[in-house]
Design a protein around this ligand. Structure first.
Ligand code: MSP
Length: 509
């Protein structure tokens, strides 16, 4: 089956921060997991370069918007390999192919009769590029997200007849209760729709920079429609001479809660207006907070993902984000919390389990995993290995990244307990005393190596670098998911330097 997954495209008004890495890593974990399942995957990310958020930031720096976009877009592009994102394409909304396709689609929406000319009067946040209703405003007419005063605007615009899609959207939500997840976000979007939809601006006066409206060059396309359309335009030119739309559309979107309305309300309506299928589904994540506030450039409380990766590696960052903060909810991150999990969980629980297992196979069986049956004791119980891969598949089908990781981690702990319970070093001593190889030690070492292999495969989507190193050491060439006991012993294991080595103390700030 095809699986098309997207991230929001990032504004190039500033440098990337951990909040951006977060959306991308979430999508990447799902993309990698689905590839492991043999699905036909396409994973898209990129940058949103038009509109006021970028134009205003450029003006402050005395630059043309294009210059700022050209300066910052590469930082987002470079972020992707640094966080080990396996995206199949990186779109920039200034790509001429994107712009041409946007004009074509918007023209179609016009020709189908879904637009009209009118005037807009109301509140506008230039950082969100969003027209706010009174009920969306924060205290003292401010933007609740950016905490800046909103602007009173009166403009001549072209409008998209969103109100005409009221019934169709209500039907969509009734028919597809999992269209938007988690359920709280579904309810939020649905109540926005049920509150009565008003038409929305499709264009802005040309003062700001963007894609010209085909039938009225005095206007540019409202940046949100330009941006949302990236999800379909990319498929038309990501591969030379090939249009991937048929193969991959509709998409599964990963987005943050601040952009719910655009994705869950405007976007399906606009797709219907243009004659496309609505998205397959969307998962809405919460915010990473620092000291209780959303991490954002404008609030100046950002954690620089590049710095974290330089010190701890991409795996550690990928792991931490989804272990610390339940995916879908807001949660705080901190350097101290990060270091604690790195040491206790990655280095001690997982890293040591891997080193110990390989060392014991080396020491007691000359580096060859014994061929034995899996220990039934490890299959049983709430944290048993039986059915683990199905449970993880099921959770990741619903984008439950944290719950799936919790399930896997419970088994990492289970295997550590198993080492303590079985005490292979005592079994080895008994063997030496009695002479000859004991079946019990064979079974224990096989079960440990096999359990570790199964866990490394399941964790591969989350921590691919450590996964490759460990699986190579376990002489496992495949990367597909596997059930416990599905591979026999007999293979020779290799060397494994610490998966998560001790990190020097942070340099003084
Ligand atoms: N350009 C628009 C999206 C257009 S999609 C068609 C945009 N860009 S953004 O750069 O401001 O934000 C992109 C994504 O990063 C959003 O999903 C947002 O929720 C996410 N994050 C930005 N800061 C964040 C945190 N502190 N925590 C988690 N994610 C946050 O909106």
């Amino acid at each position: 089956m095809s699986y098309y997954i997207t991230t929001p495209i990032y504004y190039v008004n500033a440098e990337p921060h951990l909040g951006h890495a977060y959306s991308t890593i979430a999508a990447d974990i799902l993309a990698r997991h689905m590839r492991q399942r043999g699905e036909d995957v396409f994973f898209l990310t990129g940058t949103d370069e038009h509109g006021e958020p970028v134009a205003q930031a450029a003006e402050k720096l005395g630059l043309e918007p294009r210059e700022l976009a050209d300066r910052n877009a590469p930082h987002f592009r470079e972020l992707m390999p640094r966080i080990n994102a396996s995206n199949d394409f990186f779109i920039r909304t200034t790509d001429p192919e994107h712009e041409a396709k946007v004009r074509e689609i918007v023209q179609r929406v016009h020709d189908y009769g879904h637009v009209y000319e009118g005037s807009y009067e109301g509140w506008y946040c230039p950082r969100c590029a969003d027209f706010k209703t009174e009920s969306e405003l924060g205290e003292g007419n401010t933007c609740p997200i950016h905490k800046i005063p909103v602007e009173r605007k009166r403009e001549e615009n072209w409008f998209f007849r969103l109100s005409a899609f009221q019934e169709q959207l209500e039907r969509l939500y009734a028919e597809r209760p999992d269209f938007v997840r988690p359920a709280a976000r579904y309810n939020e979007a649905l109540s926005f729709i049920e509150g009565g939809l008003e038409d929305v601006s499709l264009s802005r006066p040309k003062l700001t920079w963007g894609v010209e409206l085909p039938w009225d060059p005095s206007q540019v396309i409202y940046v949100w429609f330009d941006a949302l359309l990236n999800y379909v335009t990319a498929l038309s030119y990501a591969r030379d001479g090939e249009d991937l739309t048929e193969r991959f559309w509709p998409a599964f979107h990963i987005i943050g809660k601040d952009i719910l309305k655009f994705h869950a309300v405007y976007w399906p309506a606009f797709l219907l207006a243009a004659g496309y299928e609505v998205p397959r589904r969307m998962f809405i994540h919460g915010f990473l907070l620092m000291e209780g506030h959303k991490m954002s450039k404008s609030l100046g409380n950002v954690l620089d993902p590049f710095e974290v990766i330089d010190r701890f590696g991409a795996d550690a960052l990928r792991y931490y984000c989804f272990r610390e903060v339940p995916f879908g909810r807001d949660g705080s991150v901190s350097a101290a919390g990060f270091e604690a999990r790195y040491e206790t969980e990655l280095a001690n629980e997982y890293g040591n389990l891997a080193s110990r297992t390989l060392a014991m196979v080396g020491q007691f069986r000359d580096g060859v995993v014994p061929d034995a049956a899996p220990d039934p004791a490890l299959l049983e119980g709430a944290d048993g290995l039986a059915g683990l891969d199905e449970a993880v598949r099921d959770l990741l089908d619903r984008a439950e990244l944290t719950q799936a990781l919790e399930q896997i981690w419970a088994r990492v702990r289970r295997l550590n307990r198993y080492v303590e319970e079985t005490r292979p070093w005592d079994l080895a001593k008994q063997e030496a005393d009695q002479g000859g190889a004991g079946d019990r030690l064979d079974a224990v070492l096989y079960s440990l190596a096999e359990g570790l292999r199964v866990l490394a495969l399941l964790l591969h989507a989350y921590i691919p670098e450590a996964g490759d190193r460990l699986l190579d050491a376990l002489a496992e060439p495949d990367r597909g998911l596997a059930a416990f006991g599905s591979r026999a012993g007999g293979q020779r294991v290799g060397e494994l330097p610490p998966l998560f080595p001790k990190i020097e103390a942070a340099p003084a700030a």
